[in-house]
Ligand binder design. Sequence first.
Ligand code: 11C
Length: 344
Amino acid sequence: QGYHVAVVGATGAVGQKMLETLEKKAFPLASLTLLSSSRSAGKKIAFKGEEITVKEATPESFEGVQIALFSAGGSVSKRLAHEAVSRGAVVIDNTSAFRMDEEVPLVVPEVNEKDLSSHKGIIANPNCSTIQMVAALQPIKESHGISRVIVSTYQAVSGAGTSAAEELREQSKAFLNGEDLEADIMPVKGDKKHFPIAFNALPQIDTFEENGYTFEEMKMINETKKIMHAPNLPVAATCVRLPFFTSHAESVYIEVEKEGLQAADIHEVLRNADGITLEDNPSEQEYPTPLSAAGKSDVFVGRVRKDPDHPKGFHLWVVSDNLLKGAAWNSVQIAESLIKNNLL
Ligand code: 11C
């Protein structure tokens, strides 16, 4: 038995990974409808050896669809998600359109799968940098409590879309040829100024909010509290874009509630956690990197250390493929969980 699934934004960076993930994880499909904006409609995409033509997403596209995976930007989700729900689909939305809506569960299955049971048709998939951090922190919180989180990110350009990745490629070639660098996209498409990303580090992901944090930083702060059911947990974030293509890396500082813990206690928890691979052996230089995590579903954790000066402070290095666990795989996992728990 299979399900009628639609992918909205099928030609984008995440949409492509959604299709790869559905195929790789052998998701039970009765039909697959590929949808996009009018601009990309008509393109053909290969899936399981067949070519599927992408159609323009309209309200009627969702007739008969049971699961709609949205990843075509917030405005498309705002326009079409309710249309899909009114036609009987459950929407798994990979944009920020509904994440902080109290009626909408924001889910990382390893962390808060139970929240799915209250869904009213739309389920939000969190921001990529949030997903990997909460996946690593939740098992520690459950075992030892967490009283503070401070994160600095090192994020791949693919998080900003395929055109950002193309800009990095072009600028890298120009830099190595000694030519001037043209910057039209990074740090944010449409913002007032643009800076080269090649051979650079940009402390701006998304636009600035009035409080001086970027929207990406506020997403990490607010989404973490919602997913972990910890509205009073102090969380601070600094998000930085770096010139590599895949996976986000994060330096995460936490303070635990329990006294007297050592790094080995954190190792023990993470070693037994779902979806986490512990790669932490300094004597053999074992730790995850963006390249080593790319193409894999898990969240990788290394460099677990006790803070030298704070008895309850620990540092972790958390790396995951931003388009897989950070987006496509988490969405497909949510769909699998809905099926498993009869929540469609
Ligand atoms: C980035 N984290 O790396 C962003 C991309 O809210 O789903 C993901 C945007 C989102 O630029």
